[in-house]
Write a protein of this length. Structure first.
Length: 135
């Protein structure tokens, strides 16, 4: 049920054998992602449960989910970019049906992220699901 953008990331990860290359790719994804306006980096958009500073601002138009995100850590910014690829353009009503843990396992992230980063990633997924549910 993944989006084409997420499938592109998964294919790239399949091509990259070494975790260091995958790690660099995650960082590059984050660098390529547009930033979140600093004026929107406020407590209301902050994701709790992340070791790094993370903000997610939803953008919902015509029943389709999208969001902008930001982090003060390059790897986390890359994780936000991966989640953006997974959820952007999905009908709001289908966001909850996406099995993010299963999709992210395809990338092998859980094997290489620290416990704090893994908890933060779960917190971001939960925040996205809540934002979509409240739309």
């Amino acid at each position: 049920m993944a989006t084409a953008a997420f499938e592109d990331i998964a294919e790239t990860f399949d091509f990259l054998d070494d975790w260091e290359d995958r790690y660099r790719h995650v960082i590059e994804l984050g660098k390529a992602m547009p930033g979140l306006d600093p004026a929107l980096q406020v407590p209301a958009t902050k994701v709790e449960g992340c070791a790094s500073q993370v903000w997610i601002m939803p953008r919902i138009s015509g029943g389709v989910f999208d969001f902008d995100g930001e982090s003060d850590a390059l790897i986390v910014r890359g994780l936000i970019a991966i989640l953006h690829a997974l959820y952007s353009g999905v009908p709001v009503s289908e966001v909850a049906a996406i099995d993010a843990p299963a999709e992210l396992r395809r990338l092998g992230l859980e094997e290489h992220l620290s416990a704090q980063r893994s908890n933060g990633l779960r917190a971001m997924v939960e925040r996205i699901r809540l934002l979509a549910a409240s739309a």
